[in-house]
Ligand binder design. Sequence first.
Ligand code: HEM
Length: 199
Amino acid sequence: MHWVNVAVMLVMITSGWGIYDDDVIVRGFHFSPFWRLGDWAAWSLNWHFAGMWFLVINGLFYLGYGFATGRFREKLLPIRPAEIVRTVVDTLHLKIAHEDITVYNAVQKLLYIIVILAGIAQVVTGIAIWKPVQFSGLVSLLGGFQTARVLHFAGMTVIVGFLIIHVTLALFVPKTLWAMLTGGPKLKPRTRVEGGHAT
Ligand code: HEM
């Protein structure tokens, strides 16, 4: 699901840039044709609408799996502020201890939660600007069509910002990349601690 999402996100981002370029939000700011998927806005929209089905279906499976198996709770929580500060300071000193790649540090947990929420926000704002008549209530809730559009663009910026940090850090610890390709190391059977006794 991670790698399907990578492919689909690249389609959504680069086709989004093609759509943006037809009617820019920031005057004078364009994406170079090299980074735009689709020769012109209509083609970019076709890519965008094709990609959205894969994004939503894959995303629903991912969220369903994460909640149903308890993976989200187990891997992304809890997040302790003191741990975030310590991890940021360590990373700035290029101390990226990552012995056990199956356990995320506090910054990873926070960034993963942010990007999952940004993905969901993209679907919500995307639906609003795709069908603004049918979903007029949602459009009003988001502050009108143009605001929904700007929010959609802002969501893309958050996701691209995440990607830059995420890919850079993964390259620093290449064994994480390998684990993401192979499915990771074999885990010992999980132990549950109940009333102080491991079961
Ligand atoms: C179900 C998911 C999505 C739907 C239904 C959707 C729908 C749309 C629509 C209808 C537009 C055209 C807006 C207009 O006419 O002005 C658009 C633009 C755009 N989309 Fe999406 N989108 C989705 C997901 C995403 C994702 C995941 C990204 C990137 C991470 C993204 C990035 C963009 C960008 C950058 C634009 C151009 C913004 C603008 O200038 O209007 N979209 N999207």
